[in-house]
Design a protein around this ligand. Sequence first.
Ligand code: SF4
Length: 379
Amino acid sequence: MVRRNLVAVAAPADAWYEPRVFTPDAVLVERGAEEAPMTRRCRARLPGVPFTVVADRRAARGRVGDDFAAAKRQLVLAVHRGSFLGYCPAGTRGLRCCNYLMMSFATNCPMDCGYCFLQEYLAENPPLTAYVNPEAALAELAAVLDRHTGRRFRIGTGELADSLALDPLTDLSADLVPFFAARPNALLELKTKTDAVDGLLALDPKDRVVVSWSLAPAAVVAIAEAGTATVAARLAAARRVVAAGYKVGIHFDPMIEHAGWEEGYRDLVAAVAAALPPARVAWVSMGALRFSSGLRAVVRRRFPGSRLLAGEQVPGPDGKWRDFRPLRVDMYRRIRSFVEAALPDVPLYICMETPEVWERVFDVPPPGEQALGARLAAR
Ligand code: SF4
């Protein structure tokens, strides 16, 4: 089997993204968004950055063309006109899912992970965009929550964007956290690879907000997660939000096989356990490195020679390519043993895998989707 050799890879020299202080090269404001409070906040927080009002956000595409990296350095502020709410795409037929809803307050991300599915998903519309009308999203969500008071919802904002990367500019968390704090049947998950948590610290989440970090061994971060905060910085930020009353989620996703992976994940779990009290960890998830065929092609073009593509992979029921099943099961089981030893009683689940894989990892059949979602929401 071909192994990914990530050892002795230096951290990327080009640190154009400073966690907590992302500064775009330019801001384009779509007409209609000029007077929104979020636009005013961005202006105040980016005094040296040119703001240009454009008739249509498609002008942003014209400026960056097909340069995906350039699209990440120019921020578009626009009014979102469709629905903000959707089901997580993990609910593909044949894969076990956890009944998760997503809200999209932004698209794209200032960081640049080599495995990020947005490289393909947003290829036709890549400009980094923040929506300035979160009140419309919260009104839409409130109507759903009020209609289903007997159901518990888990809702994430980290599907089409990092949940916190733009927060120092937009202050979106000041709208979201009080909304969820007042909602007994909903739990918000903010998923990030930054340490941009300052905006959360003075808010009271009332146990309704989980701040989650995706974590990987340092060798993986160095070759595949350009512009993200270091693992140490992410864990320091996690400690700060725990002290402020939040729960924390941990995602070992994507889990990346490489020479030394076992020690890497063992040490990572130990670092999490040393940083966080288990009672404040809402859940831990695991997920395999996965690529659609289209994403593999994009990664080959954007990151020639990427070591992420060096491992042998096979297509799964959803058409995505993953490492061979025995290898995935071995990794899941090893990480499960580390997590269960270091973080007892913390719910652990797998994302985007078949029931067969789940059973091989946990030695019992997977819970039903409603049951898994309810168990996680209850945390
Ligand atoms: S932090 Fe998340 S959204 Fe941003 S590039 Fe990495 S995987 Fe994509």
